[in-house]
Design a protein. Structure first.
Lengths: 176, 263
């Protein structure tokens, strides 16, 4: 069986599990536990990884892995990044400092994204989110000398998750 | 028909109306169109009857029962901008008309083949109609700069803001996102961008024009860009298993698996 991997990472509650569920052909395998930290704002959180898959043929599949979002699980991020085709970073725009959140993931996954592809998807945007606030993300990337797609997405919508993956594939394709 | 085709995300449906169609032909037409949609060729939307030209359907199907009392927009009354599927013997038309034909008795396979070409014609018409909305001065500038632009490499300096992407239609919007993503991965010429996105060069130029006036792209001559552009590094985190057909084949299979194959 040939297996390939795309990684979803990002802050707790940004929608990693939801995004994978939106496109996976199988029910997503979850490794949630009940949270003891009320600041997270969720009843449960991922502690190992989420797993979904897309069949590419009889003997080939694309695995979709969702990393745990909390930084204390960062040791797993490096392990999960090995062999990944690309990375989707989901950022919860309702958090106090989403730009700082993005910086964390860009730093931790810099080896992967410099060699493959990356899309940053901003979730939980609302009427209070304007173009200026979104521009802070591209400002941050420019400071780090990185250029990757930054899009707003509602990952509950399958078509929007597919758009994220389309832009990821586009980057991989032009590098061939 | 090929498997794995998928209409572009957010593309408006192809609207169609039918006149002078015997009941059997109308049922067959709708069935084949439904099959076409299921196979991902395009989304379709049936309109009850031809509307005034202000809301003309993308496709008008003129059936073989032209003895009916329905008014038939036969030439010279046929709108030359209208895409028409003519069932039966087609009249002689000039080159301005875009008429497709199916002979009678109507067969599903023949109809399916024509629908594919019709969808392509509708998409071309939609793209061409965008040109009429471009400011005339930009078109003139583009025409004047035609030779020099072909030799320029486009380098994206930073990810552009969302207002750069708002367009006449969602189809062009999607094309702009894809162009920007391509440029985020590597520099390329306008011709490369047009070829990879299957967009007319004028659309690519309009997008680049928007980015350039705000300082988001840099134009370099092909010679200098080739020395500046960093070589793509060997991936240090290679895929876990070798893929048949190489990376291109793998990416193609991923697109098919996700239903993004027409992109």
């Amino acid at each position: 069986m040939l297996e390939h991997k795309i990684l979803f990472t990002g802050t707790v509650g940004a929608g990693k599990t939801t995004a994978i569920q939106a496109v996976s052909e199988i029910p997503v395998v979850l490794t949630d536990v009940q949270t003891s930290d009320p600041s997270i704002g969720k009843e449960s959180t991922t502690v190992a990884l989420d797993y979904g898959e897309i069949s590419l043929g009889q003997s080939e599949r694309l695995r979709l892995y969702g990393t745990p979002g909390q930084e204390r699980f960062a040791f797993m991020w490096k392990v999960l990044a090995q062999g990944a085709l690309g990375l989707v970073i989901l950022i919860d725009n309702s958090r106090p400092n989403p730009a700082q959140d993005l910086a964390l993931y860009l730093d931790h996954f810099q080896t992967l994204i410099r060699n493959t592809a990356c899309v940053v998807a901003i979730t939980k945007t609302d009427a209070g989110t304007n173009a200026a606030s979104l521009r802070t993300f591209s400002d941050l990337m420019q400071k780090k000398q990185l250029i990757y797609p930054i899009i707003v997405a509602d990952v509950r919508e399958r078509q929007q998750v597919l758009r994220i993956l389309d832009l990821l594939l586009v980057q991989m394709e032009v590098r061939q | 028909m090929t498997q794995g085709d998928t209409f572009p995300l957010n593309e408006p449906p192809v609207s169609y109306a039918a006149i002078c169609c015997p009941y059997r032909d109308l049922v067959l037409l709708k069935s084949v169109i439904a099959l076409s949609e299921a196979q991902g060729v395009a989304r379709w939307q049936y309109v009850q009857s031809p509307q005034p030209s202000s809301s003309r359907p993308d496709l008008l199907v003129i059936g073989a029962d032209r003895s009916s009392a329905q008014a038939t927009p036969l030439p010279p009354n046929l709108d030359p901008e209208q895409v028409v599927l003519w069932i039966g013997e087609a009249p002689t038309l000039n080159n301005a008309h875009r008429v497709f034909q199916c002979k009678t008795p109507l067969h599903a396979f023949q109809l399916a083949e024509q629908l594919r070409e019709i969808v392509a014609a509708v998409r071309q018409h939609r793209q061409r109609s965008v040109l009429t909305t471009l400011p005339q001065n930009f078109l003139l500038q583009e025409a004047a700069a035609h030779t020099s632009l072909e030799n320029l490499m486009v380098k994206l300096l930073r990810w552009p803001p969302v207002e750069s992407f708002s367009r006449v239609s969602e189809n062009e919007d999607r094309a702009f996102w894809r162009m920007a993503s391509m440029l985020s991965a590597r520099c390329m010429t306008v011709a490369d961008l047009s070829r990879r996105t299957d967009c007319p060069r004028s659309i690519c130029l309009e997008f680049l024009h928007r980015l350039s006036i705000n300082g988001y792209v840099e134009l370099q001559s092909v010679g200098s860009a080739a020395t500046e552009q960093p070589a793509l590094p060997e991936p240090k985190t290679a895929p876990a298993s070798p893929a048949p057909g190489g990376m291109r084949g793998l990416l193609r299979r991923i697109r098919i698996g996700l239903g993004l194959a027409s992109a």
